[in-house]
Design a binder for this molecule. Structure first.
Ligand SMILES: [Zn+2]
Length: 257
């Protein structure tokens, strides 16, 4: 989509990824402990909680670790749902028996509630990716940040039939201490990434595959996209990468909360 396009956004994504990686080391002790904590929400198939109870607060530290331990990956899929690409991504995940985390843009969720429900029904988890995907959110007022996070949470939860997003990923990684605390107080763990597949740039399927294969040792959380343009390379790359990751002995998990 046009609002997602352009090099400016992608440049910010790279910068944010580096920053997020730096934070990873500082929070590693905490995230190891976080794996022990209880699971609050959203069993797939448990639908229709019309007045969803207030979510249990979680840590405000940006998480990267996997609930499946050290030799695992977290597949994260951002910017959808999209009527063309989300069903194709869901099919690849289904074919490989892999569960993923979908970071949804609130307006996209509102426009495609059927897709949000398909994601939940397949056992994947939801993540709040703000209303408008403003990658300069970290430069905006707290009132704006709050509106972007809380309204998207509402849009996604309504579209899903009452299943709450369990994570918050700032667009372009533009977190602030305030936005992390706010999301955490709503039960949404701030979610970073370790490996940017760079699929957003459409570098070619093999380039996406090579990037992930070359960088997977950096950490478990891998970033892909199911919207924001033609994502056929992403779908094809996942079809190669998911079996490869399995062959390498990686388990597939969710980010810890
Ligand atoms: Zn995004």
């Amino acid at each position: 989509m046009a609002r997602h396009g352009g090099r400016g956004w992608h440049g910010r994504v790279i910068a944010a990824a580096l920053g997020v990686t730096a934070v990873a080391a500082a929070t590693s002790v905490w995230t190891a402990q976080a794996g022990q904590s209880g699971e609050a929400s959203a069993a797939p198939g448990v639908s229709a909680r019309p007045a969803a109870p207030k979510a249990k607060p979680v840590s405000a530290a940006i998480v990267h670790a996997s609930d499946k331990g050290a030799h695992a990956v977290n597949i994260t899929i951002d910017d959808g749902p999209d009527p063309v690409w989300t069903p194709q991504v869901l099919q690849v995940l289904r074919d490989n028996g892999v569960k993923a985390t979908f970071c949804m843009v609130g307006t996209q969720a509102q426009a495609h509630p059927d897709l949000v429900r398909q994601v939940v029904a397949a056992g994947h988890r939801l993540c709040d990716h703000s209303v408008a995907h403003d990658t300069t959110m970290d430069k905006k007022s707290q009132a704006y940040q709050s509106q972007q996070i809380v309204e998207a949470e509402r849009q996604i939860t309504k579209a899903s039939g009452g299943v709450r997003p369990m994570y918050y990923r700032a667009p372009g990684g533009a977190f602030t201490p305030y936005s992390r605390k706010l999301a955490a107080s709503h039960g949404m763990r701030p979610l970073g990434w370790n490996v940017d597949s760079k699929d957003f740039e459409k570098p070619g399927t093999q380039a996406i595959v090579s990037t992930v294969e070359g960088e997977v040792a950096n950490g478990p959380t891998i970033l892909f996209h199911d919207a924001g343009g033609d994502r056929s390379q992403t779908v094809a790359a996942l079809r190669t990468l998911l079996p490869w990751l399995k062959q390498q002995g990686y388990a597939f998990g969710f980010p810890v909360r």
